[in-house]
Design a protein around this ligand. Structure first.
Ligand code: NAD
Length: 468
């Protein structure tokens, strides 16, 4: 078994204890990851704190390093992709896409201006607003996109002059460890520390006295714990949490034309995407055609081990998630829902699940009300647009949403009524490093990406110079 090591203060940090990492395509442990000790976590934060003093000084050095980090990911993508597939399950082309995305994010921030604004300059005073680093950032990521979501945090944090201690999910620790090892070539010691361990390590990071900011992506339940822990010493937090994105199909939409895109944005990464379409609202007269078009696409999809060529969807990442998805579908079927495609797991080893389209389901069913985070799409009938909007909004979630229709102005007007951080028109989950991303309500606190994301990793300081 290849062993990957934690990166603390620019060096390999061997751990006394390890934990197993399962390949979801086989259900077998295929590697072991280090279980960070309390002393090692202290060492990682101490290294980050020391390194920050120098790192915070020179923006040009930071930009150069971020470019080099992005290039490194582009250059090493071929060797990282099989590791990401092995621990996460996604097909190799999707793994390559994610690694390229991580490189793009690093390079985008490498060139993003850090604002310095003179807001007043008159006879009495010159007042300038500048951005200062916060210090050390604790970054915690989930298992669906371990690498690209890490760079959503690293890139703005590092550009802003902060240093980072990064912890991936225990389900997908290896690619992040490997990237930590690679980054020793381009980042000074202590600027990026990578630690791995089970969930209590995340809690220990949020309770630690050194970090001034926690940037967290994960579930709502854990996000609330992070917010509570951060409150104890008023750490800043950004929380990117779960979603239950509605897609509202208007009555002038063409089901055959929109079904392929709706399908791809619901099932991307096997539905394990915070901003995937998680429920579709459709008017009665389009319902059957849309369900059939989605179901035909689902039936034709090729599911298998992500290392095999031509596979579109790999396994669900982990057994608890497979059981959760299975439970939500079983509940819907027991209550009168109909599986127009799929409807259950695939027999055999690994956590494979048939792409599933559910009809005859409605609000109040768990599969509609909760976040499935898996390859299942419920299609729900509605009467009026007002009713669809009300049901789309009638939830604690508020990450993203979309509206689909031939009259784009009308669709845009309806999209503007959705209570969510991003509302797309005739598309969904179209993300860009320069476009802000964040959730309303329980889907998050704060914003990532673009200048807004950068801002969230800085403290605003006013330099007020008296002239008389
Ligand atoms: P999770 O909340 O179980 O775990 C996320 C991370 O938090 C892991 O690294 C975990 O080890 C760590 N953790 C666990 N307990 C902790 C604690 N008490 N304190 C601090 N850290 C702790 O989430 P998951 O199952 O890995 O990810 C799936 C969820 O993430 C879904 O709900 C999905 O919607 C959400 N997600 C959101 C976004 C977004 O940008 N909004 C993106 C991807 C995923």
């Amino acid at each position: 078994m290849t062993r990957y090591t934690m990166t603390i203060d620019g060096r390999s940090a061997p751990a006394a204890a390890t934990f197993g990492v399962i390949n979801p395509a086989t259900g077998e442990v295929f590697a072991r990851a280090p279980d960070c000790s309390e002393q090692q976590l202290d060492a990682a934060f101490a290294a980050a704190e020391r390194a920050q003093r120098e790192w915070g000084k020179d923006e040009a050095v930071r930009r150069k390093a971020l470019h080099a980090a992005g290039d490194l990911l582009f250059n090493r993508a071929q060797e990282l992709a099989p590791l990401l597939t092995a621990e996460q399950g996604k097909p190799i082309p999707d793994a390559l896409f994610e690694i390229a995305g991580a490189g793009i994010w690093l390079k985008h921030f490498a060139d993003l201006p850090v604002p310095r604004e003179v807001i007043r300059d008159d006879d009495a005073a010159r007042v300038e607003v500048i951005r200062r680093p916060m210090g050390v950032v604790a970054a915690i990521t989930p298992w669906n996109f371990p690498l690209v979501l890490a760079t959503w945090k690293l890139a703005p944090a590092l550009l802003g002059g902060n240093t980072v201690v990064l912890k991936p999910s225990p389900y997908t620790p290896l690619t992040t460890l490997a990237v930590g090892e690679l980054m020793r070539e381009v980042l000074p010691p202590g600027v990026l520390n990578v630690v791995t361990g089970l969930d209590p390590l995340g809690a220990a990071m949020t309770a630690h006295s050194v970090p001034r900011k926690i940037s967290f992506t994960g579930s709502i339940a854990t996000g609330k714990k992070v917010a509570a822990a951060a409150a104890a010493d008023l750490k800043r937090v950004t929380l990117e949490l779960g979603g239950n994105d509605p897609a509202v199909v208007l009555d002038d939409a063409d089901p055959a034309a929109i079904a392929p895109k709706l399908f791809s944005r619901a099932f991307q990464n096997n539905g394990q995407l915070c901003s995937a379409i998680k429920r579709v609202y459709v008017p009665e007269h389009l319902h059957d055609d849309l369900v059939e078009a989605l179901a035909a696409t689902a039936r034709a999809a090729r599911v298998g081990d992500g290392t095999q060529e031509g596979v579109q969807f790999g396994p669900i990442n982990n057994r608890p998630q497979l059981e959760r998805v299975s439970g939500l579908v079983a509940d819907a079927l027991a209550r009168g829902g109909r599986a127009a495609a799929g409807g259950g797991p695939i027999e055999g080893p690994g956590y494979f699940y048939r792409p599933t389209v559910l009809a005859d389901v409605e609000d109040g069913f768990r599969i509609v009300d909760e976040e499935q985070f898996g390859p299942v799409l419920p299609v729900v009938r509605y009467g009026s647009v007002d009713e669809a909007v009300e049901r789309a909004n009638g939830t604690h979630f508020g990450l993203c949403g979309s509206v689909w229709g031939a009259d784009v102005d009308r669709a845009t007007e309806v999209a503007g009524r959705l209570e969510c951080g991003t509302a797309w028109i005739n598309t969904h989950a179209d993300l860009h490093p320069g476009q802000p991303f964040g959730g309303f309500k329980w889907s998050g606190v704060g914003t990532e990406n673009g200048p807004w994301g950068l801002e969230s990793f800085t403290e605003l300081q006013v330099l007020h110079r008296a002239k008389s």
